[in-house]
Design a protein around this ligand. Sequence first.
Ligand code: CMC
Length: 384
Amino acid sequence: MSTQREPQVVRGLEGIYVATTELSRVDGENGRLYYRGYDIHDLVKYGDFEETVFLLWYGHLPTESEYDAFRKRLINYRFLPENLIKMLPLLPQGTIPITAIRTFLSALAAWDPWAEDNSRDAELENAARLTAGIASLLAKVQRVRTGQEIVEPRLDLDHASNFLYMFTGKEPSTEASAAMNAFLILYADHGFNASTFTARVTASTLSDMYSAIVAALGALKGPLHGGAMEAAMRQFIEIGHPENVDAWFEKALAQKRRIMGIGHRVYKTWDPRARILRERARVLAEKSSEPQWFEIAERLAERALNHPYFQERRLFPNVDYYGALVVYYLGIPPELYTIMFALSRVAGWAAHVIEQHADNRLMRPRALYVGPEHREYVPREKRT
Ligand code: CMC
């Protein structure tokens, strides 16, 4: 009798732990999220994106002097290589934004003297270049593709405000900067989601950080992962008016259509990030000439939360539901939402590459072969 166990196939790796991490803890039952032990509520309330990134990369909150030095380092990398900027208008008209960003982020490696160096010090430097660089790239690519003058970075603004400044050409309001910071903090890391896992698989071959992050961006692009925020906003736009919500909701239910921005694989209660972003969206909506999008979202969420279909399945608004509204009110068009996600998550991907390289084990699962066995080879001229 064979002692070998039948191989178990776990489709989608659901419920499988493939590594340990010290970066984030997702408590799906209680709706909590921690970065290195700190509750995201505290990080949003008291800190900013730079502080969160420092925490993820270095393992502790920065002292005043560490914070200043770190901020300066990120500021230096806001400036992209001149020849890379010259490449921005060269892609064909109509290139989708994420294709442009994926291409130029990959090209950035060519100007990085440490791109091939996987030591911790070099990776911390590359991570800073990538995190500052993707924000500059998005702002510049968008201005080029919409026929506007490129806006140079400001040295006196924090990462979030500087991005909005380069993107819109205007200094953001205090509320807008606070909302952008909250957005960036909340999207920075989230366990082994598909793009983070992709980054770690790539890093596990001892490939470099740029390759891992470009691979992660490719995984994020898919509609089952990074596309939900854009889909949520397009759904609010499709509904059009708060008075249309009830009829739209009934029709969606009848058609078994999914409500985008609702439901989560891990959270079986409110996604804690959604609660925080909801309040930011509320503040921005009050000052906006288009408050209807927030009202539509609120009414739709209320309908879903009170409906037995959603209650029985424990489906609640997730980060993308209110994240979409926040970025919309910040003046970002929906076709850029997946890259907005990446603007923050790049910091988490980089942290995971560093963590993977610090204690590497090649990720190499098995596939259970179920195709035909022992087929006889027939020469081409005899095949029918
Ligand atoms: N609207 C309507 N029904 C839904 C929804 C929804 N948004 N989400 C799940 N369901 C139903 C689904 O039809 C299924 O019903 P039944 O048991 O009768 O077949 C049940 O709930 C369980 O769904 P599932 O697809 O097995 O659950 P999952 O854990 O695989 O899916 C999800 C999680 C996020 C893919 C899903 O809730 C969904 O598609 N939501 C909409 C898209 C979305 O908002 N995605 C963003 C996810 S959060 C991003 C992040 O954390 O980074």
